[in-house]
Design a protein around this ligand. Sequence first.
Ligand SMILES: [Zn+2]
Ligand SMILES: [Zn+2]
Length: 171
Amino acid sequence: MLPMITYDRSARVYQVVDQTTGEVETFPAKHKLEAEQYALAMVNPRLVRIVRDELLSRRPFLEARAWKAAAIVESGDVAPVIDGLYFAYVRGQGDIYAVSHDDDGLMACTCTDFTSFGAPVAASNGQRLCKHLLAWQLYQRLQKHRCYHCSKLVDGDVDICPLCGEDVTPF
Ligand SMILES: [Zn+2]
Ligand SMILES: [Zn+2]
């Protein structure tokens, strides 16, 4: 579970509280994103690494949505669906959104960010990504590990890459 982030109005700082040790880390008023990243790194440094090194290094314009997506994943708010029109449900700020494939094979989400075209195009095939679709991608990515040698993603429960026979990284 994610550490709690609260805003202290009088001191104008965000506080991140480590629920196990009780330690408090503070961040200035305009640094909420840093507070969120710090909280996430406390519980899932691997997810933080994936967001920074694999997602934002190539698509920095996704920053705000990507960190929200990571928090959704860490909160356990992504649920795959086996059958039907949708392939996953993602909870975000009280509502649950459904993700599906459209007629062109691209992913679609029922949230306003996606349906009102606020979510930016993030791939050459025209795929737009809202935080829920990013959460779905991160959820799937966490189930894989990357091979040291060929850099391909392989199933998270294998130690030897089935593609090249080399060791798999913990990432
Ligand atoms: Zn969405
Ligand atoms: Zn390999």
